[in-house]
Write a protein that binds this ligand. Structure first.
Ligand SMILES: NC(=O)c1ccc[n+]([C@@H]2O[C@H](COP(=O)([O-])OP(=O)(O)OC[C@H]3O[C@@H](n4cnc5c(N)ncnc54)[C@H](OP(=O)(O)O)[C@@H]3O)[C@@H](O)[C@H]2O)c1
Length: 244
């Protein structure tokens, strides 16, 4: 289990401009709140029809409406940003996740911190160890969703393959199952699913967002794909003092 580490560069937030791609979703809105709390200037991208979901932030963030895989929209949104936080979702059969990731990789300024969200099912190096239950659920869900042409999990895999291969300053945060509820603080993480500290497989969505935003200032997470779990879950507590 890995501690999140602290920000060596001093106080977070000051003067940073951060783009949140997929800002109107549940994870996105939590990230907007955390980013504003840190004093970041926030630019949010979401589908035109979802702009009203950002009403609570009116006057405090800049909203750029549009599909997140629209390269022109992303180019405009990430311009001048120090960091880009992207909610990767594999909706539909038109390569939405990989199109979104590619647009961010291509248009973010060189040196910008890029933080992407996905789930435990993404493996960077093939060394993750999944329970039979997890594998069975992923296989059945993936197949049914693809058959229904609603979700294409393979495209999220392709999006992450491109991110892992890029020489940008990326982090791919891999979320466990999620629940709503009050923050429990920063999740703990491990490089590989299968680490006993992750066994509880549950994180508060608000804390997933916290981890994404904290990663902006944490250079130790550059080129890492942390798998996260809630810090107060039984598995995290049981392994709190064991080495990673
Ligand atoms: N749900 C889980 O249990 C779980 C588990 C592990 C990891 N994750 C990861 O967590 C992240 C957030 O997922 P979430 O499930 O919590 O959802 P979420 O935060 O509500 O985000 C869903 C996103 O998908 C967009 N979206 C919805 N329908 C769409 C469509 N038809 N076409 C294009 N975009 C559409 C939403 O935009 P609008 O606001 O415009 O609808 C929103 O930005 C993802 O990266 C996911 O892989 C989720």
């Amino acid at each position: 289990m890995q501690p999140m580490g602290s920000n060596e560069a001093g106080k977070p937030g000051t003067g940073k401009r951060v783009c949140i791609v997929g800002a109107s979703g549940k994870l996105g809105r939590y990230m907007v709140r955390h980013a504003l709390d840190r004093g970041y200037e926030v630019v949010g991208v979401c589908r035109e029809k979802s702009v009203p979901k950002l009403a609570e932030f009116e006057g405090r963030i800049t909203v750029i409406p549009g599909a997140t895989d629209d390269r022109e929209v992303i180019a405009r949104a990430v311009s001048g940003c120090d960091a880009v936080l992207t909610v990767l979702v594999p909706w539909g059969m038109k390569h939405y996740a990989s199109g979104t990731a590619q647009a961010v990789l291509d248009h973010a300024r060189p040196g910008a911190r890029l933080v992407f969200s996905c789930g435990w099912h993404i493996s960077r190096d093939g060394k993750d160890v999944y329970s039979w239950k997890f594998k069975a659920f992923a296989a059945v869900f993936g197949r049914l969703a693809k058959l229904a042409r609603v979700v294409d999990v393979d495209d999220q895999v392709e999006a992450c393959r491109r991110i892992f291969a890029s020489d940008t300053r990326w982090t791919v945060v891999r979320g466990s199952d999620l629940e709503e509820g009050e923050s429990q603080g920063l999740p703990v993480w491990s490089r590989h699913v299968g680490d006993p500290c992750l066994a509880s497989n549950l994180t508060r969505r608000v804390d997933f967002a916290l981890f994404m935003v904290e990663a902006v200032e944490n250079d130790a997470l550059v080129h890492e794909a942390p798998a996260i779990v809630g810090r107060l879950t039984p598995s995290a507590l049981a392994h709190a003092h064991s080495p990673a």
